[in-house]
Design a protein around this ligand. Structure first.
Ligand SMILES: *[C@@H]1O[C@H](CO)[C@@H](O)[C@H](O)[C@H]1NC(C)=O
Length: 199
C-alpha cells in the first residue's frame, strides 16, 4: 500500500513537472496572459517613457499607444514626429472644446474670461509651439526640444487662470491641460535622444 502511494505520488509529481515544462516551453505564452491587450511597448518607447519627468510612465505609454506606429520604430526622430503629430491634433481638439465651453451662457464672467484666456493660450502658445517643434525635428532637434517644452507653458498659464477667484475647478480642462503636459514631456524626452550627427 505504501509502495502504491509512493508510485502514485511519483506519477503526480512527474505529470506536474511535465505540464510545468510544457507551460514554459509553449511557443505562445503571451496569448495566455489576459492583461496583455495592448501591444507591448518597444524598447525606444520604454526608454522615452522612463525619461519623462512630469507625466507617469503609464500615462506616457498610453499616450504613445494612440498611434500603433509608435511601438514599431526604433528611430527617435520618427517617434518624435509621431508624438508631435498626436499632440497637434489632440490640442487642436482641446482648443475647440474650450472654445465651445467659453461660449456657454451659464458660467460666471470670471470663468468665461478664464476660458477665453485658455483658448488664446492654446492658439498662441500650445498649438504653434508643437507645430514648430514638429517642423524642426529634422533640421534642428535642439530647437524642437525647446519648443516641445515651451508648449506646456500655455497649459500652465491656462491652469493658473482657472484657479482665479470666482472660478471653480474645471476638471475637464485640467485633464486637457494634462494631455498637453504629457506630450510636451514626451516630446522633450524623445528629441533629447536625437543625436546631433543624426541629420
Ligand atoms: C488626447 O490625448 C490623451 C492622452 O494621450 C488621450 O487620452 C485622449 O484620448 C486624446 N484625445 C484626442 C481627442 O485625441
Amino acid at each position: 500500500m505504501a509502495a502504491l502511494r509512493t508510485s502514485t505520488l511519483m506519477i503526480i509529481t512527474q505529470v506536474l513537472s511535465i505540464s510545468f515544462f510544457l507551460l514554459h516551453q509553449s511557443p505562445l505564452p503571451a496569448i495566455t496572459v489576459p492583461t496583455l491587450n495592448i501591444e507591448a511597448p518597444s524598447s525606444l518607447v520604454n526608454r522615452v517613457c522612463k525619461m519623462t519627468t512630469i507625466c507617469s510612465y503609464k500615462d506616457c505609454i498610453a499616450a504613445l499607444a494612440l498611434d500603433p506606429r509608435a511601438s514599431s520604430t526604433s528611430n527617435p526622430k520618427a517617434l518624435a514626429k509621431i508624438a508631435l503629430k498626436l499632440v497637434v491634433s489632440n490640442s487642436t481638439n482641446s482648443k475647440k472644446y474650450i472654445e465651445a465651453m467659453a461660449k456657454k451662457q451659464c458660467f460666471s464672467l470670471s470663468l468665461k474670461s478664464a476660458l477665453e484666456y485658455c483658448v488664446s493660450q492654446y492658439e498662441s502658445v500650445v498649438i504653434p509651439s508643437f507645430k514648430m517643434a514638429l517642423k524642426e525635428v529634422d533640421e534642428d532637434p535642439l530647437t524642437a526640444n525647446y519648443d516641445a517644452k515651451v508648449a506646456s507653458d500655455g497649459a500652465n498659464y491656462c491652469e493658473e487662470k482657472l484657479s482665479c477667484e470666482g472660478c471653480h475647478d474645471v476638471a475637464s480642462i485640467t485633464t486637457r491641460n494634462y494631455y498637453v503636459k504629457i506630450y510636451s514631456d514626451i516630446g522633450f524626452a524623445v528629441t533629447n535622444m536625437i543625436s546631433p550627427v543624426d541629420h
